[in-house]
Unconditional design. Sequence first.
Length: 114
Amino acid sequence: MKVRIIYTWKELAEYIKTSFKSFLTGLCRIAWITALLAINTAVNAYKFIVWAIRQRPCTAVLGTFIFMAAVNTFSYCSMKTRLTTAEWQRDKAVMQRDSIHEATSETAEFSRIR
């Protein structure tokens, strides 16, 4: 494979222009494919839900309740994790502040550091 060296500014500008066009084309294709995928998924999900309700209404209602319970459980676990993390970070900051205050305090009667 022979490597071609760009000699002039005009060739360099043409190379950059072509590369930029290819990059934009790729981004447009990614956006278009993502949009098509989202639309196709939504349409097929709608068709499946309509089919499930017509064929097995009791199973569809039960499935809806199970799905709602799963979403609520996931939401609760996510919220609890964030809350626990925030509490842990707050307690750690308070302990560090207290340690610094205790280390620099002249009137402390009892110190873990001294």
